[in-house]
Write a protein that binds this ligand. Structure first.
Ligand code: ZN
Length: 374
C-alpha cells in the first residue's frame, strides 16, 4: 500500500458502540460488539461530470464513494440505465431498468464500489453468500479486479445464476437448506479469517446504490414523487434513501420521494413489522417464493429501512405468490423481461396508484435471463 492508502480512514462507525471501522483488515461487522458498520455522515452528491455517450460507469460519482483518491475504480460499465416512461391506468409511470447492468442486476452499483474498496485494502481473496444476483455481481467484479472469489449459494438457487457465477471463474459452494444455511457456512469461513465481502453487512456499497437516486433525479430533471423497490436485506431501498438525502442536501431536489418497499408474502418480515410492529414478526416464516432475491427472514438493516420508509410517508407491501409470475408476464408484455423478484414492484403499483404522488418510479432489479424456465 502507498503512504496515502496507509493514512486512509474509512468513513464508517459501528452503529451499536460507535467504534470506527479499522484501518487494518476488512471485518464485516464490529470486532468489539458484533454491530453493523454504517456511514458516520451523510453520503454526498458531487458528480465529476455529466453522463457521456460511450462512457457508461458510476465512476463519475466517485467523490461520493468511500475510496482513497489514488485507487483505480473497478468498473464493468455499470449504471446509466434507461428510465422508460409507460402509461399505466392513465398514469405516467417510469421503469428504471437496472436489469440492464453488466451482470444483470442493480447489485453492480454497490459491487463496483465494494470491490474497489477491497483493492484499496489489498485484499486478494473474498467469500460471499447469495441466492445469485449479489454472488454473480461479486464474481464478475472480482474477476475484473483479479480477486479470488468463493460464493456460497443455497442448493435451491436457480441454475442460470450459479452458472453465471462459475463462468466468471468464482468457486460455487452449494449448501442444502434455506438461504440462512448458506449464511451460516460463510460466517464460519469469515471466522477463519477470510474476508466476507457481504453486500448486506458491509457499508462500502451503499453509496454505489445511492447513484441510482442520482441518475433518477438527473433523468427526470427533478425528484420522483414515489419510488417502489423490492426489499430483501434492504440495501436497495436504503441506498435510494441515502441518495435522495444527498440530493436534497445538495439543493438538487426540494423534498424526499415517498418510498414503497415490497416483499413476497411468503417471507415478509419488514411488511409484518411495518403493519403490526414487533408482534408482526412472530407470524413471519422463511417460506418458499419465486421472488428468491427477497427471501430474507432477518433483514440486517431492517430498522433503518423501516425508518426511511416511515420518514418518507411510504409503506411496506406484501405480494401473494400467485400474483408474482402474473406480474412478471405483465412486464414482459411491455417489453421488459425481468426476474420474478422484480415483478413485485408492478404488483405493488396496483395498491398505491391512487394514493402516491407522481411521478412514480419502479425499480426493475434483475434480468429475466437469470430465471429462464421459471
Ligand atoms: Zn461495535
Amino acid at each position: 500500500m502507498s503512504a496515502d492508502r496507509n493514512s486512509w480512514e474509512w468513513p464508517f462507525r459501528c452503529t451499536n458502540c460507535g467504534q470506527p471501522y479499522p484501518t487494518k483488515g476488512f471485518p464485516y461487522c464490529c470486532e468489539k460488539c458484533g454491530g453493523l458498520f454504517d456511514y458516520k455522515d451523510q453520503v454526498s452528491y458531487d458528480p465529476v461530470q455529466p453522463s457521456r455517450p460511450g462512457r457508461r460507469s458510476i465512476e463519475r460519482y466517485r467523490r461520493s464513494f468511500p475510496l482513497p483518491a489514488n485507487v483505480d475504480f473497478v468498473s464493468l460499465g455499470e449504471g446509466d440505465t434507461p428510465l422508460l416512461s409507460h402509461r399505466i391506468s392513465s398514469r405516467q409511470v417510469f421503469f428504471k431498468c437496472e436489469h440492464l447492468n453488466p451482470t444483470g442486476s442493480f447489485k453492480d452499483r454497490g459491487t463496483a464500489v465494494l470491490v474497489s474498496a477491497l483493492i484499496a485494502a489489498g485484499i486478494e481473496e473474498a467469500v460471499e453468500d447469495s441466492s445469485g444476483n449479489a454472488g454473480a455481481s461479486l464474481a464478475a467484479y472480482a474477476a475484473r479486479a483479479g480477486i479470488k472469489a468463493r460464493i456460497y449459494v443455497p442448493e435451491s438457487a436457480s441454475g442460470p445464476k450459479s452458472l453465471q457465477i462459475s463462468a466468471y471463474g468464482a468457486q460455487v459452494v452449494r449448501i442444502p437448506g434455506p438461504r440462512s444455511a448458506s449464511a451460516e457456512a460463510v460466517h464460519r469461513e469469515a471466522e477463519g479469517g477470510v474476508v466476507y465481502a457481504s453486500h448486506a453487512y458491509l457499508p462500502h456499497g451503499i453509496a454505489g446504490i445511492a447513484t441510482l437516486a442520482f441518475e433518477i433525479a438527473e433523468q427526470l430533471k427533478g425528484y420522483p414523487g414515489t419510488v417502489i423497490a423490492p426489499v430483501g436485506h434492504g440495501t436497495l431501498l436504503l441506498g435510494l434513501h441515502r441518495g435522495f438525502q444527498a440530493l436534497q442536501s445538495a439543493g438538487e431536489i426540494d423534498r424526499m420521494p415517498v418510498l414503497v418497499g415490497v416483499q413476497a408474502s411468503a417471507c415478509a418480515p419488514l411488511w409484518g413489522a411495518f403493519s403490526d410492529g414487533v408482534s408482526g414478526l412472530d407470524r413471519i416464516s422463511e417460506g418458499v417464493t419465486v421472488a428468491e432475491g427477497v427471501r430474507i427472514i432477518q433483514p440486517l438493516r431492517g430498522d433503518a429501512v423501516l425508518q426511511a420508509i416511515a420518514e418518507s410517508g411510504g409503506k411496506m407491501i406484501a405480494v401473494d405468490e400467485e400474483k408474482i409470475l402474473k406480474g412478471r408476464d405483465t412486464l414482459a408484455r411491455r417489453g421488459l423481461y425481468v426476474e420474478p423478484t422484480s415483478a413485485l414492484v408492478i404488483c405493488a403499483l396496483e395498491e398505491v396508484l391512487e394514493t402516491c404522488p407522481d411521478p412514480i418510479v419502479l425499480i426493475l432489479t434483475g434480468s429475466g435471463f437469470k430465471t429462464l424456465g421459471v
